[in-house]
Design a protein around this ligand. Structure first.
Ligand code: C2E
Ligand code: CA
Ligand code: CA
Length: 766
């Protein structure tokens, strides 16, 4: 405004001055022209002086036609240059006006000081600006006051209220509205701040809940979890850790970790220190840890370094794995130790024998000695399994005492033990001699009487010995060889030692082949039987026959001695026995259907142990008799002493069941076993067959004669019929007949005959 006003004022004044100068010039022009024309200096002076009276002319001059100044006036006081005002307007304006007439023309020269001419304008401008400035100052003051009251004061109050907010508190807090500002932008700010506070409060609440939950998890975890800060102090420890070190959580926090741990577990402390000083970021280890009660437990410890704002800290997580390790040890023990004797078991022994390595000429020979207790099943059956177990434990103690310092004593199975000893000698023959000596010692050790309460028991074992070099054979093969040698000992009459020979391996291979052959023989129906008649010694009449198995392999007829023991070892004997029973019944049925079967004629069938003790034996016998419609009294079963006494009570029950079918029984090979007489009398058998080995010797050996005599006596006393088998000579027959009535079987009367020959010989129509 002030500028605009001043500008217009300036403009108007300038125009005024120009107009007034024009009119001054106009009014003096005539007289100036005259003065020039007349060359009148006085007039010129008069005119110039007159003009110089005007307040703003700083120079006035009248110049004649020759250009000479007729008169001039210079007002020095107006001839200055104002550099500031010259920015507004030029300091001077010069006017040069032509005056005179024709050849007598000159010039009137005027110089106006613009600033003097504009003096009033300037004064008015100063006034206007001053007033404006004052106005502005007043306005500013008013604005400052307004700002102070309506902004600064409430803002300061708001700031103070915000400062008073407790940031560590999680309860909801709010800021009061500022008085007088309840509905303006301040109230908006307060509302927003309160909203923010609310959100902070709920955020903090959530955080607290989360941290409580986290704490709860850590405290209920069975792990020891703790952190050690840069200064070596417990920065954090969960409940388990605190309890482990005998503190409360509160007390443990901030304690010097090294002191706490070192005091009771210097070892762990050392491990932590080593780790902290290492380059490793993380370390997992399994180590024992000692707690405040001095109990040691095994922990899986995980140590992790982590950075906090003030340096490096350590987090430790320790998991107590004592139980797991114990369980693993137990599992390991179960897997590798025999639970009864605590000796290495089959698995462990296998591992020991397995340790394969390339053989070198300098390698010494090792030995594996397998001892299988003789007839231990009988001890179990007659004396109970618990007594059997005690005997085993006692025996093992003795074996360990005597032999474990030089080798490994282990239990392979129920009544099978293995002794393994390394580096006997690098001479095979020497090693074999040494091995046999050791095996003999083991045999004698097993023979030693074992005293249990009032009784004393003596055991024996069949022993197989294998001498070998490490890596020469697989563990499987070593055990197979030991087994083969051990069976050889069984065959040789038990309680003896047999050194394994390569031929035995061949024999074992043969057995394998035999098994294949037998399976095939059964499929191809190659098993058949022959019948050997049995005669009454008094009447010389045939009373019965014994069915004897034969293997008809093409043209070759194979005797049972070469395959029955094998069949008996495997379970094939059950099936083959069934085949025999079926064939014999079929033969009886054939005779019966021809109407030639006498009521008192019977055929004796040999029944082996496995077959007899098979739980479905009775069922199958009934089935076979029924199938062929043959009555039980035509059938006799021959069982050996060992079969009969194996499980006496069960045998007696079974015989009774079969006797209900009228099947009769004879005790085969009598005299070769160890049957105690007390048991014999309990056996419901009908006949007693004296083994042919005794009959063979009666005419040669007086002792055998006496033995046979007492067997006959015993048989008579028990009310049994005596059968003498293997009678080959008249002499033997005479001697037997002299002892009394009995039945006779032997080559003297007849060799075993094929069923067809037997049929035509004894059942022909004539
Ligand atoms: P064993 O039960 O003692 O059978 C009698 C054996 O003596 C038969 O031999 C028979 O041929 C033979 N023998 C009979 N009289 C004389 C004689 O005067 N002198 C001589 N030296 N021997 C005579 P075999 O047939 O070789 O049978 C041998 C053994 O095989 C039998 O002995 C028996 O234990 C077993 N066996 C035979 N057949 C069967 C069968 O079907 N099942 C079962 N489990 N075993 C059988
Ligand atoms: Ca027999
Ligand atoms: Ca016999």
């Amino acid at each position: 405004m002030a500028f605009q006003q001043t500008y217009f004022d300036f403009k108007n004044r300038t125009e005024d001055i120009n107009a007034s100068i024009s009119s001054i010039i106009d009014s003096n022009k005539a007289s100036a022209s005259r003065a020039v024309y007349l060359m009148d200096p006085n007039l010129a002076e008069q005119i110039v002086k007159g003009l110089s009276l005007f307040e703003y002319f700083s120079y006035v001059a009248l110049v004649d036609d020759r250009g000479e100044t007729m008169f001039e006036i210079v007002r020095e006081e107006l001839r200055y240059i104002n550099p500031v005002l010259s920015l507004v307007a030029p300091n001077y304006t010069e006017y040069s006006v032509d005056v005179g007439e024709g050849n007598f023309s000159g010039k009137l020269i005027l110089q106006a000081n613009n600033h003097v001419a504009l003096k009033e304008v300037y004064q008015r401008a100063i006034r206007t600006f001053s007033i404006s400035l004052l106005g502005y100052m007043l306005l500013s003051l008013a604005l400052v006051l307004l700002y102070h009251n309506s902004l600064a004061v409430p803002l300061t109050r708001l700031a103070k209220r915000l400062q008073r907010v407790n940031t560590s508190s999680i309860t909801e807090q709010s800021i009061a509205h500022i008085k007088g500002h309840e509905s303006n932008e301040f109230s908006l700010i307060v509302d927003s701040a309160n909203d923010l506070l609310n959100r902070i409060a709920s955020g903090q609440l959530l955080l607290t809940q989360r941290s409580q939950r986290f704490r709860l998890i850590l405290d209920t975890a069975p792990l020891l979890i703790f952190a050690i800060d840069n200064d070596g102090l417990f920065a954090f420890a969960n409940k388990s850790t605190a309890a482990f070190y005998g503190y409360s959580i509160f007390d443990l926090k901030g304690k010097n970790a090294e002191k706490v741990i070192k005091k009771i577990d210097a070892d762990l402390n050392q491990k932590i220190l080593l780790f902290m000083n290492s380059e490793q970021r993380q370390l997992d280890l399994t180590c024992p840890m000692i707690n405040a009660s001095q109990q040691t437990t095994i922990h899986e410890v995980s140590l992790v370094k982590f950075h906090t704002f003030d340096g490096q800290s350590l987090l430790a997580v320790c998991n107590d794995v004592t139980k797991r390790i114990e369980a693993e040890a137990q599992i390991e023990a179960l897997a590798y130790k025999d639970p009864l004797t605590n000796l290495p078991n089959r698995n462990r022994l296998f591992d020991i024998l397995k340790e394969a390595k390339p053989i070198q000429d300098t390698d010494k020979y090792d030995v594996a000695i397998l001892a299988d207790l003789d007839q231990f099943k009988r001890i179990n059956d007659t004396l109970s399994h618990s007594v059997g177990d005690i005997l085993i434990v006692e025996l093992c103690d003795e074996l360990v005492n005597q032999f474990s310092s030089t080798g490994v004593v282990g239990r392979l199975g129920a009544d099978e033990f293995l002794y393994f000893r390394e580096n006997l000698s690098n001479d095979f023959e020497v090693a074999k001699i040494m091995a046999t000596e050791i095996a003999e010692k083991i045999r004698l050790c097993i023979n030693k009487d074992i005293k249990l309460s009032m009784h004393s028991y003596s055991l024996s074992a069949s022993i197989g010995v294998v001498v070998f070099r490490r890596g020469e054979h697989s563990a499987d093969l070593i055990l197979q060889y030991a087994d083969t040698a051990m069976y050889e000992s069984k065959k040789r009459g038990r309680n003896c030692v047999t050194m394994f020979k390569d031929e035995m391996a061949m024999q074992a291979a043969k057995l394998l082949e035999l098994e294949r052959d037998i399976t095939k023989a059964m499929q191809d129906d190659e098993f058949c039987f022959v019948l050997q008649p049995i005669y009454d010694s008094t009447s010389s009449e045939i009373v019965s026959a014994e069915a004897l198995i034969r293997w008809q392999k093409g043209d070759e007829t194979i005797s049972p001695d070469s395959f029955i023991p094998f069949l008996e070892e495997s379970s094939l004997i059950i099936e083959v026995g069934d085949i025999m029973l079926d064939k014999v019944c079929a033969f009886l049925a054939k005779v019966q259907s021809a109407g030639l079967l006498k009521d008192d004629f019977r055929i004796a069938v040999n029944i082996s142990g496995k077959q007899f003790s098979d739980e479905r034996f009775l069922e199958r016998v009934i089935g076979t008799l029924r199938k062929h419609q043959v009555a039980g009294h035509h059938l006799e079963m021959e069982i050996t002493e060992s079969v009969a006494l194996e499980n006496l009570a069960e045998t007696i029950d079974k015989i009774h069941e079969l006797k209900k079918l009228k099947i009769s029984f004879s005790l085969d090979d009598f005299g070769t076993g160890y049957s105690s007489l007390s048991h014999l009398k309990d056996l419901p058998v009908d006949k007693l067959k004296i083994d042919r080995s005794f009959i063979n010797d009666i005419s040669i050996d007086k002792q055998d004669e006496n033995l046979v005599r007492s067997i006959i006596q015993l048989s008579n006393n028990l009310g049994l019929t005596t059968v003498a088998e293997g009678v080959e000579t008249q002499q033997q027959l005479n001697w037997l007949c002299s002892t009394g009535h009995m039945l006779i079987q032997g080559y003297l009367f007849s060799r075993p005959l094929s069923p067809d020959v037997f049929y035509s010989q004894f059942f022909s129509d004539e």
